[in-house]
Design a protein around this ligand. Structure first.
Ligand SMILES: Cc1cc2nc3c(=O)[nH]c(=O)nc-3n(C[C@H](O)[C@H](O)[C@H](O)COP(=O)(O)OP(=O)(O)OC[C@H]3O[C@@H](n4cnc5c(N)ncnc54)[C@H](O)[C@@H]3O)c2cc1C
Length: 512
């Protein structure tokens, strides 16, 4: 088998790949077969004349052409060994987000029946609570956009961003397809599921795991751990004491009370993250800017973007872009505002939003372990408008640059409501200053990015402000041999796929 890169084809619903491969490599059609698409991205370098760029595996009979885009194809192989024997059939997993759920699926492959505890509710109940929060401002601090079945990405765009496609990433993608995702996610360069897609998949995972003997405990919060002789001796969950053989911690990046408890017991460190705002444009503007008006958007889907800039020692970048999506309130603490982005599978809202964030580190928040959390919290409280709970402060980008409050005529996808404010009075100075710098650069790349855009604040939960130190090979927490921190809350992954991969990999190291 051979790997063939950069097979360019005009965008259409039906594509004769054999034809395009033969044209590219100057081969006759009957020498090519077993064609499999490994990756498909959109090449939008020429507006109104977009191409698909395929990476393909195929068999080629006869003489192999000399071409820089053709190499031998080796499918990715597993590289983890099941070395660690445990005897308890029911390993404890704390957190039912991507990391916790895929750790459970992986452990089930090895014959275990994990018990999975989550402080939030199962999806059906959680969705009702989140809707109540969005419509009436009534927040359940234990079951919300951050906490509950499916984890933080449940009310999201469900972007399945990956840097590498190794064996374990492929495994996650295969599981997602098995549980209901469109097969296209196997090869799309920017696959996404939408919140509706994710919920369906998570419910199917739950049913599968229950059939295999796993048990879920909703509204069950890990409150404390007791360590003796370098091991977890017992844990407290909802005031009950348990003695699990191993404890898998998949708590995500927003479990501030749990981080606080852990900081008294095990080795944590603070880590850099990023904060900023959400920017929103009309999707039509983004479509024209990137793809051009002659594009058939029913085939390509709405356009998305990724932007980066650098000022001295800070990065400024777009993050978690949601084409055809919504800006949503994603708070997990009362009287604090956190924003994020979400979309449905068909991404058909008329708005496009994305985070524009600036990197922060100890020089911004100090050296203490929990200082990053306090830094986030301060911004979230400042952006909360007590007279209009969970309304979002808003400013046109142009007005933000001029330091002027916008007129009250702004439209946004944000449901609870928006109020014009001067965002530089709500955000730390270094954040405002760098956002301004970055936005001007982005406007040079995409003319109109400033004029057409509005900003809503704040975006603070881009990644974990904490790392739970662990051994790179064994996944064990430093100094606690039966504690396994995984996923975004461990600080070793970020996003749905890498957190799921982290969880899945952990499960693979155990044997019964
Ligand atoms: C609105 C939104 C949109 C997003 N969009 C995307 C996207 O499009 N693509 C992408 O890749 N990423 C996205 N993310 C980020 C992504 O959701 C996370 O990276 C991912 O969910 C991390 O997985 P995890 O399993 O490590 O943690 P989480 O998903 O955060 O799950 C942690 C779970 O642990 C539970 N928990 C926490 N503390 C305790 C405790 N003490 N006891 C019991 N249970 C506890 C929580 O209730 C939660 O369910 C988005 C996040 C948000 C909030």
């Amino acid at each position: 088998m051979y790997l063939i890169k950069n097979v360019l084809a005009s965008i259409s619903r039906k594509i004769d790949l054999k034809y395009y491969i033969s044209k590219k490599l100057n081969l006759s059609l009957n020498t090519i077969d077993n064609i499999k698409i490994l990756r498909r991205s959109i090449d939008a370098r020429k507006k109104n004349n977009l191409k698909y760029n395929f990476t393909i595996s195929a068999s080629i009979h006869g003489k192999i052409p000399q071409h820089p885009d053709i190499t031998e194809y080796k499918p990715p192989e597993p590289y983890l060994e099941s070395k660690k024997q445990i005897f308890d059939l029911h390993p404890f997993i704390i957190g039912a987000g991507p990391a916790g759920l895929f750790a459970a699926l992986s452990l089930v492959e090895k014959g275990f029946k994990p018990y999975i505890f989550d402080r939030g509710d199962e999806i059906e109940k959680r969705t009702k609570k989140v809707t109540k929060f969005w419509e009436k401002g009534l927040l359940d601090e234990e079951s919300n956009v951050q906490f509950g079945e499916g984890g933080a990405g449940t009310f999201s765009d469900g972007k399945l961003t990956t840097r590498t496609r190794d064996f374990y990433t492929e495994k996650i993608i295969d599981y997602l397809v098995k549980f209901g995702a469109d097969k296209k996610i196997k090869y799309e360069a920017l696959p996404h599921l939408g919140t509706d897609g994710i919920k369906k998949i998570v419910i199917n995972i739950r049913n599968f795991l229950e059939e295999k003997g796993c048990k879920f405990f909703w509204k069950h919060k890990l409150q404390d751990i007791q360590i003796q002789n370098g091991k977890i001796a017992s844990v407290n969950i909802n005031k009950q004491t348990y003695n699990p053989e191993i404890l898998i911690l998949a708590i995500g990046n927003s479990a501030r009370d749990t981080f606080e408890m852990l900081s008294q017991k095990i080795s944590l460190e603070n880590k850099p993250f990023a904060v900023g705002v959400r920017i929103e444009h009309l999707q039509d503007y983004i479509n024209q800017a990137f793809y051009g008006e002659k594009t058939d958007f029913t085939i390509t889907g709405p356009a998305s973007y990724r932007l980066t800039a650098k000022s001295k020692n800070r990065g400024i970048y777009s993050f978690c872009m949601c084409p055809g999506g919504y800006i949503i309130p994603a708070s997990s603490e009362k009287d604090s505002l956190v924003l994020n982005g979400m979309s449905f599978k068909d991404r058909n809202n008329k708005y496009a939003n994305s985070a524009i964030v600036v990197t922060v580190n100890e020089s911004d928040y100090g050296k203490q372990i929990l200082a990053g959390i306090e830094f986030q919290r301060k911004i979230e409280r400042k952006c909360f408008l007590p007279k209009n709970p969970y309304f979002a402060p808003v400013q046109k980008v142009n007005d933000f640059l001029k330091g002027k409050t916008s007129e009250n005529k702004i439209r946004s996808s944000y449901v609870p409501g928006i109020l014009p404010k001067k965002l530089n009075e709500l955000l730390p100075e270094q954040i405002s200053k760098n956002l301004k710098f970055g936005l001007k650069i982005f406007d040079k790349r995409i003319p109109g990015f400033i004029k057409e855009g509005i900003l809503l604040a704040p975006e603070t939960r881009t990644s974990s402000p904490i790392r739970i130190l662990r051994n790179k090979e064994t996944f064990e927490a430093l100094e606690v041999s039966n504690l396994y921190p995984i996923g975004e809350g461990s600080g070793y992954s970020g996003g749905i796929i890498s957190s799921a991969v982290d969880g899945y990999k952990l499960g693979q190291i155990f044997k019964f």
